[in-house]
Write a protein that binds this ligand. Structure first.
Ligand SMILES: Cc1cc2nc3c(=O)[nH]c(=O)nc-3n(C[C@H](O)[C@H](O)[C@H](O)COP(=O)(O)OP(=O)(O)OC[C@H]3O[C@@H](n4cnc5c(N)ncnc54)[C@H](O)[C@@H]3O)c2cc1C
Length: 412
C-alpha cells in the first residue's frame, strides 16, 4: 500500500487496541493505515493483566509475573491463586509490529471526522489530510473520536495516583503483588480507595492509590495525600522516586449502536465496567475481529456490521447491562461498605469471581453470581445493592430473567 492514498482499513489510534487490530489485519494481507499523533511508541501506562487472560503469544511480553497475589479487606490477606502479569510495553509493541509486514502504514496525524462518498469513507485529519478507506475503525481511546461513547447516567471514573520508587523498607511483602488493599488509613476514609502495588525487584516498588469507580471522580490531590498517609502509617515512605503515574478513565460505557465506522477498545466502551481492564481482552478480540473483517471484505459484505456483530452479540449486550447494574451498586455503596463488598466477592468460589471479571461471561452466569453475592453479603452491603437494583427495575428484571433461564454452569 505504501504511497497509495486508499487503504482497505484505516485505524484511528496507536494504543494497544489500535496496534493490535491494525497489525492483525495487515498480517492477514489487508492494506492498513494506522493514524496516530505519535510514531510507534511504547505505551505510556503501566499495564497489568491476569496472566491467563493474555493470549499465549503475549506471555513473552510480560515484564514480570507474580504468583503471590493478595487482596486485603481486613488484617489478613486473601491469596488469589491467580498469577498476575505486568506488561513490558516496548516488547508488546515490537511483537505486534513485527507481524505486520509491509502492509501497515503508520501515519502521523490526528483524525477530525469522516464522511462517506462513492462507496468508501474519507477520513479528514486536523491539518487538512484526506485518507480514503473501505472501512474505518475508531480505536482512539476513552470517549472515542468519531462516535462519542455513551455513559449510563454520565461517566463514572476510575482514578489512581502512583509512583515507582526505591524503598528503604518494603511497603508490601517482597516478591508479592497486592491487587487490592482496602485496609483503612486513619479515620477519614471517605471516599474509599485502595492500594495497588507490585514489588519490581531489589528495593523498587510500584505503589498506587486507586479509586475503583466514582462519580464525580476522586481527584489526584486526595489520592496522593492518601498514598503518602498510607505509606507513612506503615513506616515505609518512598525514597528516591523514579516515576509517577496519574490514571483517569471512564468505566461505565454502554454498548454502542452499530455505525458506519466500527469502534473498538476503550473508544467502544470495552473497558471492563467493574475492573477497568481492557488490554488483555483487546489483544484476544483483535484476532477474531481481524478474521471477521477479512472475511466480510472478501465476500463483499458489510465489514463494520460484521465487526459490530462480533463485539456486541445480544448475549454480550445483556452481559453489559448486568455489569452496569453492578456499577450502579458500587456507586451506591457507602465508603465503609466497599471493603465488605470485596470481602464477600473474594469469598465466592474462585471460578465465580474470575467469571465476574471475565469480559465474555454470559449475562445469565453474571446475574447468578450477583445473586449469590447478594445472598452472602452483610446487611450494610445488601441494602445499597437492593437499592441499586430497584432504581433500574428494567435492567434488574432482565438480569433476573437471564439468571433464571441460564443453564447452570459448573460452579454456579
Ligand atoms: C494510566 C492508565 C493505566 C491503566 N492500566 C490498565 C491496566 O493495568 N490494565 C488494563 O487492562 N487497562 C488499563 N488501563 C485502561 C486503559 O485505558 C486501556 O485498557 C487501554 O489504554 C485502552 O487502549 P486503547 O488502545 O483502546 O486506547 P488508548 O490506550 O487510550 O490509545 C488511544 C490511541 O488513540 C490515539 N488518538 C486519540 N485521539 C486520536 C485522534 N483524533 N486521531 C488519531 N489518533 C488519536 C492516541 O494518541 C492513542 O494512540 C489504564 C489506563 C490508564 C490511563
Amino acid at each position: 500500500m505504501h504511497g497509495s492514498e486508499h487503504s482497505d482499513v484505516l485505524v484511528v489510534g496507536g494504543g494497544p487496541t489500535g496496534t493490535a487490530l491494525a497489525t492483525a489485519l495487515a498480517s492477514r494481507g489487508l492494506d492498513v493505515r494506522l493514524v496516530a499523533p505519535h510514531p510507534p511508541t511504547a505505551y505510556p501506562a503501566t499495564y497489568g493483566a491476569w496472566l491467563d487472560d493474555l493470549p499465549g503469544w503475549a506471555h513473552g511480553c510480560a515484564a514480570q509475573v507474580w504468583t503471590d497475589v493478595r487482596v486485603y479487606t481486613g488484617p489478613q490477606p486473601t491469596a488469589l491463586q491467580r498469577p498476575y502479569a505486568l506488561l513490558d510495553n516496548r516488547a508488546l509493541l515490537d511483537t505486534l509490529l513485527g507481524r505486520a509486514g509491509t502492509r501497515l502504514d503508520w501515519t502521523l496525524g490526528t483524525v477530525k471526522h469522516t464522511e462517506h462518498a462513492a462507496g468508501h469513507d474519507i477520513t479528514h485529519g486536523v491539518n487538512g489530510e484526506r485518507w480514503t478507506a473501505s472501512l474505518v475503525v475508531d480505536a482512539s481511546g476513552h470517549g472515542g473520536t468519531l462516535h462519542p461513547t455513551a455513559y449510563l447516567e454520565g461517566p463514572a471514573f476510575q482514578t489512581a495516583w502512583g509512583l515507582t520508587a526505591h524503598f528503604a523498607r518494603p511497603p508490601i511483602t517482597p516478591g508479592s503483588m497486592v491487587w487490592m488493599d482496602y485496609r483503612p488509613v486513619g479515620t477519614a476514609d471517605s471516599p474509599a480507595t485502595f492500594l495497588y502495588a507490585m514489588h519490581l525487584g531489589d528495593d523498587r516498588y510500584f505503589v498506587q492509590e486507586t479509586s475503583l469507580i466514582a462519580r464525580p471522580a476522586v481527584n489526584r490531590a486526595l489520592l496522593g495525600a492518601r498514598l503518602r498517609a498510607r505509606l507513612d502509617a506503615a513506616g515505609t515512605p518512598p525514597g528516591e522516586v523514579l516515576s509517577t503515574e496519574w490514571v483517569a478513565f471512564p468505566m461505565n460505557g454502554a454498548a454502542p449502536a452499530p455505525t458506519r465506522e466500527l469502534s473498538f477498545g476503550a473508544a467502544a466502551g470495552l473497558v471492563h465496567p467493574i475492573s477497568g481492564f481492557q488490554v488483555a481482552s483487546a489483544l484476544n478480540v483483535a484476532e477474531t475481529l481481524a478474521d471477521t473483517v477479512c472475511g466480510a471484505m472478501t465476500s463483499g459484505t458489510d465489514a463494520a456490521q460484521a465487526g459490530w456483530d462480533v463485539l456486541w452479540p445480544e448475549e454480550r449486550r445483556a452481559a453489559r447491562d448486568v455489569h452496569l447494574l453492578g456499577v450502579r451498586a458500587l456507586l451506591g455503596l457507602p465508603a465503609g461498605a466497599l471493603p465488605e463488598f470485596f470481602r464477600t466477592f473474594f469469598e465466592l468460589p474462585p471460578q465465580q469471581w474470575r467469571a465476574f471479571l471475565d469480559p465474555v461471561t454470559p449475562a445469565g452466569s453474571l446475574a447468578r453470581i450477583m445473586l449469590r453475592l447478594f445472598a452472602h453479603a452483610p446487611n450494610g452491603v445488601r441494602v445499597p445493592l437492593a437499592r441499586a437494583a430497584l432504581a433500574r427495575p428494567d435492567a434488574s428484571v432482565k438480569a433476573l430473567q437471564a439468571a433464571w433461564f441460564a443453564a447452570p454452569q459448573s460452579g454456579d
